[in-house]
Each structure stands twice: as C-alpha cells, then as structure tokens.
Design a protein around this ligand. Structure first.
Ligand SMILES: CC(C)(COP(=O)(O)OP(=O)(O)OC[C@H]1O[C@@H](n2cnc3c(N)ncnc32)[C@H](O)[C@@H]1OP(=O)(O)O)[C@@H](O)C(=O)NCCC(=O)NCCS
Length: 332
C-alpha cells in the first residue's frame, strides 16, 4: 500500500479546555431558547470560554505541553509546528510562531492552517507527508480555537453551538518495531458553497470600521440547516472513500472520530456510513463545537480514558467552513 520510505505515528496527544463554562441555562438568559431544545437538537450541555487575557496560543500551549511530555519529545526537537485555527491570536504573526516562542521550541518551520473545522485533519495529513517523504522527524500538530469573540450572543442559531478549546498531537517518524501508520488521507474543498458559513469582517474585503460594529459583521453568519445536510452527506462520503481506498470494511474500523458539530450530524453520519454509534467517539456534550480542535480533543480524551488503544484502526473525518472536508485513516 505505502511505497514511502517512512511511516508516521502519533506519539503523544494533549487537550485543554478553559475553566469558564457557558451553560444552556445561562444561554436561556440571553436568547429565546431552552436547555431541553439545545440538548435534544445539538447534544450540547455546555461550552468552555477563555478568561480575560487567555488567547488561542495559551490553550494550545497547555495541550502541546501534554502532547510533548507523552511523546517524550523536547520542544527543541520539533521540526515543524502546524497550527490549525480560524481564530488566531492575531492575523499576523501566525499563531504557530507565537506558540513556538511560548514553547521555546527554537528554530523550526511554523505555519497556521486555515481550514476551519477540518483544520486538524488537514494539518495531520500535511504532517504525515513531511514525515513520509523524509525531511522531518518530529511535528507538533495543533487544533485550537477561541471562537467565543466571534459569536453573537443575540443569535440563537449560533450562540448555542460554539466554544473555546485546544488539542495537540506530536507526530513522529515510526521506529521499525512500532506498527503505527497513517494509511491514507483524502482532503476536499468546495468553494462554490462558501456562503454557508462566513465570518464577514476582519479581512481585506471588510476591514474593521464603525460600520462593521453597527452591522455586527464581526460575528459568524451561518445557514444551519443547509450546513447540516452538507455535513452529513460529505462526512459519510469521506468515510466511505477512506475505506474504499484502503480496501477496508466498516467492521475493520475500531473507532470513528467525526468533527463534533451536532450530535444529530454525528448519528446521521454513523447511520449512512453503516457503523454502530458504540464505535463513534462523541465528546460534544461538554464542549460544543470548537472547530479545528474538536477532532483532536475527542481523540485525546478517548486515548486518555482507555477507549482507544495502540494497534486499533481510527478513522477521522471532518467538515467545516470553506466548505472543507476530509478523512484520515490510521493505525494508532
Ligand atoms: C443550527 C441547528 C442546531 C438548528 O437545528 P435544526 O434542527 O436544524 O433547527 P431548525 O433551524 O430547523 O429550526 C427548528 C425550529 O427551532 C427553532 N430554533 C432554532 N434555534 C433555536 C434555539 N436555539 N432554541 C430554540 N429554538 C430554536 C427554529 O426557529 C425553528 O422553529 P420553527 O419550526 O417554529 O420555525 C442545526 O441546523 C445545526 O446544527 N446545523 C449545523 C451547524 C454547524 O454544524 N455549523 C458549524 C459547521 S462546522
């Protein structure tokens, strides 16, 4: 299957959710909604929110320290930092460089990946390529977001969904006696339907001005129902593509980790893909949608609590603004 010189392996993972909670009960005080509706329609009980002065790079730092410790790799041994986010500390410099400095990683390549909720899967695929083809041995792959500043807490369609959080994985070149492998990644994008999920202001198209604030263009705008349909269709297709490419059947997959946007999306993907929910990692209840961070946080939690074990086949799939999507199949 693989003609590459090297194989890559997730050597360590970490995740971090800030302390403050945004509960459904609290959202009831802000918009016309209720706890029962939110839990039934999304599967979310609460989301996390940064405290004053806590930024995307800070959440990523906490997750990265754990991942590095678990991998027994020093930050100074990193060849590259890939930082998947749509909520960077600042537009410039990239947050990968900020994290590089906080970790005291020293010279390495440092790059942000902007693929919204598919960001971690995109970044992990890029890391795999750099390891497979030989130039790099140790790569830190981060998915981290502080989305709460971009959420309009007067908009009940979006404010119930999003939260802050971070996850990180250290990806290393596998040794001969380690049988971990990233079998495949298939990444997609469809810019024709980019209007489904947009953050209008802050770029060169709509720079910040009083008009932005007056028209609330600093907040995400979402066509929820449309996204729901595309998410189900696209992630199911991505899962099937991964299995077909590798000649796997669904029962050879031990765990599926989909992007955590809505538990009903996850259930529908499992149904269309033909896999029992018992093999799907669901962590949305206590964190909401943390965009690029959901897949790596869910992976880390399932590793830490013993659900995921070495040697198991893990299928990651994600879907996000862009519209971006993809899958990655690996033996952990
Ligand atoms: C946003 C989302 C939760 C809405 O759930 P839904 O089941 O599609 O709900 P609908 O939009 O069909 O609305 C159903 C009803 O609930 C109401 N409703 C919407 N939001 C509500 C809320 N927060 N609380 C209570 N009622 C709400 C609607 O007004 C509608 O009422 P009506 O039937 O009287 O018109 C869902 O579409 C979703 O999760 N979409 C995907 C979003 C996403 O993943 N975005 C990120 C992509 S990475």
């Amino acid at each position: 299957m693989s003609m590459s010189a090297y194989r890559s392996r997730i050597a360590g993972t970490g995740s971090f959710l800030p302390e403050n909670l945004i509960t459904n009960k609290y959202l009831e005080t802000l918009v016309d909604t209720n706890d029962e509706w939110i839990q039934e329609r999304t599967g979310i009980k609460w989301r996390h929110k940064v405290k004053e002065g806590q930024y995307t790079s800070d959440l990523a730092y906490e997750a990265s320290i754990q991942a590095l410790q678990e991998a027994q790799i020093k930050a100074s041994d990193l060849d590259m930092i890939l930082f998947a986010t749509v909520s960077p500390d600042q537009v410039m410099p990239n947050t990968a460089c900020v994290l590089q400095s906080k970790l005291k990683a020293g010279d390495c390549m440092a790059l942000d990946i902007s693929a919204a909720c598919s960001g971690f899967v995109y970044a992990l695929a890029i890391a795999d390529q750099f390891i497979k083809t030989g130039p790099m041995k140790n790569i830190l792959v981060v998915g981290a977001e502080v989305l709460t500043p971009y959420v309009n807490y007067k908009d009940r369609d979006t404010c119930i969904l999003f939260g802050d959080g971070a996850g990180a994985a250290v990806v290393t070149r596998a040794q001969d006696d380690q049988d971990s492998i990233i079998y495949s990644h298939h990444l997609h994008a469809d810019g024709e339907i980019s209007d489904l999920f947009v953050l209008p202001a802050g770029g060169s198209k709509v720079p910040f001005s009083q008009k932005v604030l007056d028209e609330e263009m600093q907040y995400v705008k979402m066509k929820g129902r449309e996204i729901f349909k595309h998410a189900v269709r696209t992630m199911s297709k991505c899962c099937k593509e991964a299995l077909e490419y590798n000649g796997f059947t669904p029962d050879q997959v031990d765990w599926v980790i989909p992007h955590q946007a809505n538990v009903r999306i996850i259930k529908a993907v499992a149904y269309h893909f033909g896999i029992s929910m018992e093999k799907v990692v669901v962590e949305i209840e206590e964190m909401g949608n943390t965009s690029a961070a959901t897949v790596i946080i869910a992976l880390d939690k399932a590793i830490k609590d013993g659900r995921i074990k070495r040697g198991q086949n893990i299928l990651l799939t994600a879907f996000g603004a862009g519209i971006t999507s993809g899958s990655l199949l690996m033996k952990y």
